[in-house]
Write a protein that binds this ligand. Structure first.
Ligand code: SF4
Ligand code: SF4
Length: 71
């Protein structure tokens, strides 16, 4: 799994369901289902970090995976 396949991490306890991350993600990675924000299409995530920037509660973060490659 690489960083783009994992998508952002969401802290559901901090999230107040404002919907800004869903609204501003142009790649339709996120969706609200009932009382949760879910990463429904992690394969579409390009790692732009917009969701993290627009979240007013610091409840979502795009974290890069570190992958060691043998040379
Ligand atoms: S990092 Fe960018 S593409 Fe990925 S979920 Fe956030 S806003 Fe969408
Ligand atoms: S922007 Fe932040 S607080 Fe708002 S729905 Fe997304 S994760 Fe939750």
């Amino acid at each position: 799994m690489n960083a783009q396949e994992s998508g952002p991490q969401i802290n559901q306890e901090r999230c107040d369901l404002c919907g800004r991350c869903v609204q501003f993600c142009q790649h339709h990675v996120l969706a609200r289902q009932d009382n949760l924000i879910l990463v429904t299409h992690p394969e579409n995530c390009v790692g732009c970090g917009t969701c993290e920037e627009v979240c007013p509660r610091s409840a979502i973060a795009y974290s890069f995976a570190i992958v060691w490659e043998e040379t």
